[in-house]
Design a protein around this ligand. Structure first.
Ligand SMILES: [Ca+2]
Ligand SMILES: [Ca+2]
Ligand SMILES: [Ca+2]
Length: 155
């Protein structure tokens, strides 16, 4: 799967410097069926810009993005990214239990510790105690929190 990510990276690294800036990333996202608003674009850049953290995406960082996008249905990618970045208030790259609790409280849903733990338990496939983008995508597919609820919360 590296080869597909590499091909997209090469194609959109227009000035050929081995780095993808925001403008190049926007075009690359389009090819991945994500039409990114400027906010979503910024948040995506921040999320995947790991090491070196320099405001652009190198190929290794871009590969993580492509891997995540492949794990999410084309039609849901924007929705999942948008919801995820709004849940992840501290920009840690994961949704922690306290962030989930905040969303549930906002939605007026039960947000006791037990419920939060149960929801994390359902979503957290790799059992690291927090929710990644692809884990959130699975939950949104099955609905613990409905897409409309998230929509309402993010407006
Ligand atoms: Ca980088
Ligand atoms: Ca977080
Ligand atoms: Ca996890």
């Amino acid at each position: 799967m590296g080869s597909m990510a590499e091909a997209v990276f090469k194609k959109h690294d227009v000035n050929n410097d081995g780095k993808m800036d925001a403008k190049e990333l926007q075009a690359a996202l389009k090819e991945l069926d994500v039409t990114a608003s400027s906010n979503l674009l910024k948040a995506t850049m921040v999320h995947y810009d790991k090491a070196p953290k320099n405001g652009v995406l190198e190929l290794n960082e871009f590969k993580n993005l492509v891997a995540d996008m492949k794990a999410i249905q084309n039609s849901k990618r924007e929705e999942v990214l948008d919801a995820f970045f709004k849940f992840d208030k501290d920009k840690s790259g994961f949704i922690e239990p306290n962030e989930l609790k905040e969303v549930l409280t906002y939605l007026g849903l039960a947000s006791g510790e037990e419920i939060v733990n149960t929801m994390i338990g359902v979503a957290d496939s790799n059992k690291d105690g927090k929710i990644s983008i692809t884990e959130l995508a699975n939950v949104m597919g099955h609905t613990v929190v409905g897409a409309e609820d998230i929509q309402q919360w993010t407006e």
